[in-house]
Design a protein around this ligand. Structure first.
Ligand code: CP
Length: 305
């Protein structure tokens, strides 16, 4: 099977083809309503989720497929000590595709080795990667900015633990003329192993959102990832470091877009939601369509339309 564990697993032309299919599905959802008839998706969430889980499940149902999963991972046999490898081998006996979210980095890659035919999709592994959020983000950028090349992209918040950010930066780095402005407290800077993958001329780092907001075409906000902190005190000290409000938005370009993978806590004031530049709920909506496209491609059922 073909897996999606991190952005590098797909060539840029394959990513573009998923985007194109997502566009086709948005234009004609009825046309795709049976392409996954008879197919089963296993939804394996070992960590909380709202958007990723429901958008995957909604995607499979809207493609005419069906889903299985546990309400609570404590109700699976992993709580009796079963390995995830054995779990995946078992799930493969009766599923066509599996989506897994797990708090431990590398879990999706690890379990993919136990799947013979069944594609595995990484729905987030600890602070590491979240590639289907990246597909959602790319579709949003294409829709609002016409394409992914030549943008100045501000990435703000918890750049250390934010897996959506790690996947997005690696992906956007493959497009032409993208420049990054990394905005974070010094304690939550972008990890060196990711900075090392970038050309040093393509990014700068700062702690001040106010100083750079006027340069940005895209501002990607993120939540301080409480669940990854060792010290609650450190989390409490950093959690409200950036709060994007109407006043800050006055300094931004008229055509800048504000993105956020959600969930948000305090980092975007709700007063910003009514600003036409705030696109994060549309971004969440695109999540279902892009996952419909991904499932269709991985199952090879596009021609059933
Ligand atoms: N963006 C995202 O992954 O949201 P959930 O954690 O709610 O799935």
């Amino acid at each position: 099977g073909r897996h999606l564990i991190e952005p590098g697993d797909f060539q840029l032309n394959e990513i573009e083809s998923i985007m194109q299919l997502a566009d086709n599905i948005i234009a004609d959802p009825e046309g795709y309503s049976l392409v996954c008839k008879g197919k089963l998706l296993a939804s394996l969430f070992y960590e909380p989720s709202t958007r990723t889980r429901f958008s995957f499940e909604a995607a499979m149902l809207r493609l005419g497929g069906e889903i299985i999963g546990f309400d609570d991972p404590n109700n699976s046999s992993v709580s009796k000590g079963e390995s995830l490898g054995d779990t995946i081998r078992t799930i493969e006996c009766y599923s066509d595709i599996a989506v897994i979210r797990h708090p431990r980095e590398g879990t999706a890659r690890l379990v993919s080795k136990f799947a013979n035919e069944m594609p595995i999709i990484n729905a987030g592994d600890g602070g590491h990667e979240h590639p289907t959020q990246t597909l959602t983000d790319l579709l949003t950028i294409r829709k609002f900015k016409g394409g992914c090349d030549n943008h100045v992209v501000g990435v703000c918040g918890d750049l250390l633990f934010g897996r959506t950010i790690h996947s997005l930066v690696k992906m956007l780095n493959r497009y032409k003329g993208v420049r990054f402005v990394f905005i974070s407290p010094t304690e939550l800077k972008m990890p060196t192993h990711i900075l090392n993958q970038l050309d040093s001329k393509t990014y700068n780092e700062t702690t001040s959102l106010d100083e750079v907001i006027g340069e940005l075409d895209i501002l990607y906000m993120s939540r301080v990832q409480r669940e990854r902190f060792v010290s609650e005190e450190e989390y409490l000290r950093l959690k409200n470091y950036y709060i994007l409000d109407k006043k800050k938005m006055k300094g931004a370009k008229q055509d800048m877009i504000v993105m956020h993978p959600l969930p948000r806590v305090n980092e975007i004031a709700t007063e910003v939601d009514e600003d036409p530049r705030a696109v994060y709920f549309t971004q969440a909506k695109y999540g279902m369509y892009v996952r419909m496209a991904l499932i269709t491609k991985l199952l090879g059922v596009e021609d059933r339309k």
